[in-house]
Write a protein that binds this ligand. Structure first.
Ligand code: ZN
Length: 387
């Protein structure tokens, strides 16, 4: 049994922190979301919405029911109980049909607190490919109500951003980008990634939903930078799988008529996004995709696949501020070999297929020689076995 206690907000050192104590059977834990004082009025301690969104995958995997001491927004509770949980259970036999005990909260816009509701439109500013696309797609558009009003940077308590020096660098870069885009930036610190030990890749969308819902009075729309396109949608094995595979459905369940969380970029694939952002000077200067360092290392899987995509689009020279392009060019043959191997394993690779097609046509002799090498290797192996 999981009990979500009534949330509370505390102010200190210029920060406002929303916390909720959580009991998991006899074990006590706590989740918090911290923002600068000026944004503290948007925190929502009066309802359990945010903590419920974050704890849900744990309850589903570990077989816990949930008691919420604070009420839950009616539409959110309806979506979770009547759509999300039954669907996850139907498509994965390991999913537990969580029972949620909670009172329905009165509509926020009917309460005195409605005065602080802001109607903001936000998105995250990690400034990787998905994030850059979500931002550039929603700045100065022909749809005035869909334009961004705020950018956000999350320190979720883990990964490279959890180190204080790296956090400072990442937040400082986010501030520079937000200034160039002339949009305010909301800086968020949270223990969301570590308050329960769960593999980040299996729960990240739920935990980002927690942070968005913690600030529900600020948002009307939140664009969530998608990882995959609708074409890669799948709910199969959802308790063990990256929720990015069924994110449009999940985010729809975490949306209400007052707060819509939209999977931005699901309409295309990774190559479409790179093609959309590649000519933007801010992207050329600040794009950051590396999971290991605050500057792009140029060697890890994410750096390499991004460099290959930029290479395929013929824009390497434009990205000399974001990457060490000469180092990439030196190791390019090796990168092409790696790409070739990946496509052999998965010809429909969602991040690489289009890049490979372009590079293969451009460097036909090189890739043909890899095929010939493989053919020779296979023949030699067969000969050796026959002997
Ligand atoms: Zn890297």
């Amino acid at each position: 049994m999981i009990r979500l206690h009534q949330g509370y907000v505390e102010d200190s050192d210029g920060m406002s922190t929303l916390s909720t104590d959580i009991d998991i059977n006899d074990k006590k834990t706590n989740v918090y979301v911290s923002v600068e004082n000026e944004y503290g009025k948007f925190l929502s301690p009066e309802r359990a919405d945010y903590a419920l969104a974050g704890i849900l995958p744990y309850a589903i995997r570990r077989g816990h029911d949930i008691i919420c001491e604070a009420p839950v927004t009616e539409e959110l509770l309806y979506n979770i109980r009547e759509f999300l949980i039954p669907t996850l259970c139907r498509t994965d036999s390991r999913a537990y049909h969580v029972k949620i005990q909670a009172d329905i909260a009165p509509p926020l816009d009917k309460l005195p607190v409605s005065k602080v509701m802001h109607g903001g439109v936000g998105t995250g500013l990690s400034f990787g490919v998905d994030s850059s696309y979500a931002i550039l797609k929603h700045v100065d558009t022909e749809y005035p109500n869909q334009n961004l009003t705020h950018l956000c940077i999350f320190n979720n308590g883990s990964g490279i951003i959890s180190n204080p020096i790296r956090r400072q660098k990442i937040f400082a870069r986010a501030e520079k980008i937000s200034q160039e885009l002339n949009l305010p930036i909301l800086k968020v610190d949270s223990n969301v990634r570590s308050f329960i030990k769960q593999h980040h890749a299996a729960v990240h969308t739920y935990k980002d939903a927690l942070i968005i819902w913690a600030m529900q009075k600020l948002w009307r729309v939140y664009y969530y930078g998608s990882t995959y396109s609708f074409a890669n949608f799948s709910l199969i094995g959802n308790t063990r799988r990256d929720p990015a595979h069924f994110e449009p459905f999940l985010l729809d369940c975490f949306s209400t008529s007052k707060l819509r969380i939209i999977s931005s970029g699901s309409e295309g694939d990774r190559d479409d996004k790179v093609a959309f952002i590649v000519d933007n000077p801010l992207v050329q200067k600040y794009l950051h995709v590396c999971t290991g360092k605050t500057v792009n290392c140029g060697k890890c899987g994410k750096c390499l696949r991004t460099l290959l995509a930029i290479d395929a689009l013929g824009k390497l020279d434009k990205f000399r501020e974001a990457f060490d392009i000469d180092a990439y060019i030196e190791q390019r043959e090796e990168a092409y070999r790696g790409l070739h191997e990946s496509i052999k394993r998965n010809p429909e690779h969602p991040f690489l297929a289009q890049t490979y097609k372009i590079l293969r046509e451009r460097h036909k002799d090189f890739f043909d020689s890899l095929d010939a090498e493989e053919k020779l290797d296979a023949e030699e192996k067969l000969d050796a076995e026959e002997k």
